[in-house]
Design a protein around this ligand. Structure first.
Ligand SMILES: C[S@@+](CC[C@H](N)C(=O)[O-])C[C@H]1O[C@@H](n2cnc3c(N)ncnc32)[C@H](O)[C@@H]1O
Length: 247
């Protein structure tokens, strides 16, 4: 895997999810990532993460893995909502991890959250390590996403769960045209203004629209060996939370 590169990048076409370009893109927008999240999701993103975290199995002194942890919003949500829990966060963008580390330090949660550089498709952890693994708005960016899901299952103990929170395409007949207009026209313009990077947010709608539909993702999760896979659509289907159990 390539190291992280702090340089301006030419933003990729949706099909070209070259890991080096994805790393570079996230490091470039890292400083504005949280603000962009709040603005572009109209502030709803927090409740989506909360719901996804709620799907993790609760055990005493639980230990979870947050894949593609970015600026650590999911990791922080976990330790704040599940007493006694610890989280290992992993991401391959050092720019995002730096901001995550600052947030964890500010929240004085360095005893509960540890961060590590790593690739979702080759997780640097042994089998059966965690009680649950979660990925929020990350799997869409992983070129070999089936491998990523398989890795998330490998590192979780039997009886644990894999949780995936990701954008999906709204199918509601009334809202679909409005949604498409928002993500293809409004969202890239706001993203460009806030991030100060031309084209930074054209990748987001492209990746959202090209990601597999919920049933297809469910099938892929089952193919990796996960059981009782189910999904929950939130906010008219703008995002979906998939949950699978590790046999
Ligand atoms: C949209 S951000 C999501 C961050 C965070 N999970 C959240 O809820 O805000 C996507 C993150 O996925 C990371 N990422 C993408 N592909 C990855 C991979 N193959 N391995 C590790 N991290 C990856 C990026 O570096 C970025 O931090």
């Amino acid at each position: 895997m390539t190291g992280n590169v702090r340089r301006n990048c030419d933003y990729m076409e949706p099909s070209a999810k070259d890991p080096a370009k994805i790393q570079s893109m996230f490091s470039t927008i890292a400083h504005r990532y949280d603000l962009l999240n709040r603005v572009l999701s109209l502030g709803i993103d927090r409740s989506w993460r909360k719901f996804a975290v709620g799907q993790l199995p609760k055990t005493e002194n639980a230990y979870y893995l947050d894949v593609a942890t970015g600026t650590c919003d999911v990791a922080l949500e976990i330790v704040n909502s599940i007493p006694g829990s610890r989280v290992q966060g992993v991401d391959f963008s050092t720019g995002m991890l730096e901001l995550g580390k600052e947030k964890v330090m500010t929240a004085q949660l360095t005893d509960s959250i540890d961060l590590r550089f790593g690739d979702a498709t080759a997780l640097p952890f042994q089998d059966n390590t965690f009680d649950g693994s979660i990925i929020a708005f990350g799997i869409r960016n992983v070129q070999e996403y089936k491998k990523g899901i398989s890795e998330m299952g490998r590192v979780v103990k039997s009886g644990g769960r894999v949780v995936i929170l990701e954008f999906t395409s709204v199918q509601n007949r009334i809202f679909k045209p409005l949604y498409r207009f928002y993500i293809t026209k409004v969202l890239p313009s706001i993203g460009e203004i806030i991030s100060g990077k031309k084209g930074a947010y054209t990748y987001l709608p492209q990746s959202m629209l090209s990601f597999p539909a919920p049933d297809e993702l469910k099938k892929t999760m089952e193919e990796t060996g996960l059981q009782n896979v189910r999904y929950h659509k939130l906010t008219l289907g703008a995002v979906t939370v998939h949950v699978g159990s590790v046999p």
